[in-house]
Write a protein that binds this ligand. Sequence first.
Ligand code: DQA
Length: 150
Amino acid sequence: MRVAVLNGPNLNLLGIREPEIYGTTTLAEIEARLEEVGAELGVTLLFSQFNDEGRMLDAIHNCRGVVTAALVNAGAWTHTSLAIRDAFTAVSLPYVEVHLSNIYAREPERRHSWLAPGAMGIIAGFGADGYELALRGLVRALGGAPSGAR
Ligand code: DQA
């Protein structure tokens, strides 16, 4: 099974960005940990991060026929972009929504997610560990990762 790990704007700055909210783990460290978990689960991961929404939409379109599902932290686009949810729907790509912080316990403008209605599930509030939890949940929900499966 192949899974895309898509990160949105400003997440390239994890580690130095508002560490009291997002922690001190860098995106590279999150991806390295996911590689370990992916190896354990027999899942190949394709990582990308975007500060340009159009490029993120293109990346979702390009997932068609390439990956089985995605983990996505759309950052602030979570709260603004119906287009990202539409892109997942357009290519019939299941996804799990991830946030480091608990967006529902933050400012009012962060308490709505345009992605949530289409998500398999949501993990929020567990910091960097949320990505691993989301991957494990996604793989389990899809019935594991039999060898040779896409
Ligand atoms: C975030 C939460 C968003 O509100 C914020 O804009 C981010 C990060 C999170 O992971 O907690 O960029 O998605």
